[in-house]
Ligand binder design. Structure first.
Ligand code: DNO
Length: 394
């Protein structure tokens, strides 16, 4: 697979010079300064593309071309927004950038409660704690009817937490769940926004009455509408699975399981309609057999995120070492190398270590932690390629 790296543009503290030195071949990025819903012009695309190429690298994947909320909840402006999305796809295709990652998660993209969960060795990683997440939902967001979504056990733990949690801890929880993980991925809430919780409540209200079936229908509508542009310009769309892969905050999530993925691939059965196989997101769901899913969906996978989660007995999950956890990255690499040796792959997230904590990197996107992970994945890939070559010779 092609070794790619998520880079946040010219403002990223991790420079392209640094990436060249650690074996990165392709760049995964976006026009982060263009507001959601606006057209990506050829001029702006080419400007960033030539900057990347001036370092001997290539712009391999767009992550993400964001899908506006009004497309997801089918607001009155949806068709106009889809038309603009198609123009951006066409412009990307004309500039030779042909893999586009997006997601179809309502309101909130990826979710973690802890950005610095400590490891015994002094490093830290991202973490999802079910009780603290329920606390956010019940006590901070105070979402109507939220109690019905949690077990009596979790509700009791939330009450216990309510007796001890400090104001600073509440602020940190808000910051982790809806600010720090969202802003830099072109999310709905940005760092510095005043009153993020009220913004969030307003966004949630847009989805009243939208259930799984309706959201599926809206995704099918969107995909069917953009496919002609993808065909004409040779662009592959690849949806990112919902992270974590289960329902949250009363919102439907529809890319969470083998059945969900099979559904959207069949609903718009076009090779340009594909998947970002994010092993980390999928492995955070106990219902997902990640290796089985990779076998089934490899031929429709246009982009791979390698990362692994461990689910703990209480249902919490931690981002594990790239060598451990539930995802079995070695086997995934075997599957994808056989399918398509030039598939773009990036290590997804990494631990915070060796001074990363002082650098102000985006949550999950450390330098040393991701570099270590890339080294590990690079080693696994070398062994798998060696195995495959021997199989061909024998
Ligand atoms: C988080 C990322 C996601 C992903 C989007 C794709 O680290 O994996 O934010 O980029 O969901 O649209």
């Amino acid at each position: 697979m092609e070794k790619t790296w998520r880079w946040f543009g010219r403002k990223d503290k991790i420079t392209l010079d640094m990436l060249r030195q650690i074996g990165v071949e392709g760049i995964v990025t976006a026009l982060h300064d263009v507001p959601n819903g606006e057209i990506w012009t050829e001029e702006a695309i080419l400007d960033l593309k030539s900057y990347i190429e001036s370092y001997g690298l290539r712009w391999s994947v767009v992550e993400s071309l964001p899908v506006c909320e009004a497309i997801k909840y089918a607001g009155p402006e949806r068709d106009e927004l889809i038309e603009k999305y198609k123009v951006s796809l066409a412009n990307l295709g004309k500039c030779g950038i042909r893999t586009v990652c997006y997601n179809f998660m309502p309101v909130i993209d990826w979710i973690r409660t802890d950005l610095r969960h400590p490891w015994a060795d002094g490093s830290s990683s991202l973490y999802f704690d079910r009780v603290r997440f329920a606390y956010f939902d019940l006590k901070i967001l105070a979402r109507e009817g939220a109690e019905a979504d949690y077990s009596p056990e979790v509700l009791a733990k939330v009450e216990a937490l309510d007796r001890t949690i400090t104001e600073a801890e509440k602020d940190e929880l808000i910051d982790s769940i809806i600010v720090k993980t969202q802003g830099f991925v072109n999310g709905n809430i940005r760092e510095g926004d005043k009153a993020p919780v009220s913004i969030f409540r307003r966004l949630l209200a847009q989805y009243e009455g939208i259930d799984r079936e309706q959201l599926r229908e809206n995704m099918r509508y969107f995909l069917a509408a953009v496919m002609p542009a993808c065909e004409q310009y040779g662009v592959d769309m690849c949806v990112h699975p919902d992270d974590p892969p289960f329902q949250v905050l009363g919102l439907p999530r529809i890319v969470t399981s083998e059945e969900d993925i099979a559904w959207f691939l069949e609903a718009v059965d076009n090779p340009h309609n594909g998947l970002t196989f994010c092993a980390g997101s999928l492995s955070a769901g106990a219902h997902n057999d990640v290796v089985k899913m990779a076998r089934r969906f490899a031929s429709r996978t246009h982009f791979v995120h390698l990362r692994s989660c461990e689910i703990l007995p209480d249902g919490n999950f931690i981002e594990a070492s790239h060598l451990g956890g539930r995802a079995d990255l070695v086997e995934l690499i075997r599957i994808f190398e056989r399918e398509n040796p030039s598939l773009p792959m990036r290590v997804d997230h990494g631990r915070t270590m060796l001074g990363d904590e002082k650098m102000g990197y985006n949550a999950g996107y450390s330098f040393h932690g991701r570099m270590l992970a890339l080294g590990q994945v690079d080693g696994m890939m070398a062994v798998v390629k060696n195995e495959l070559q021997k199989q061909i010779i024998l």
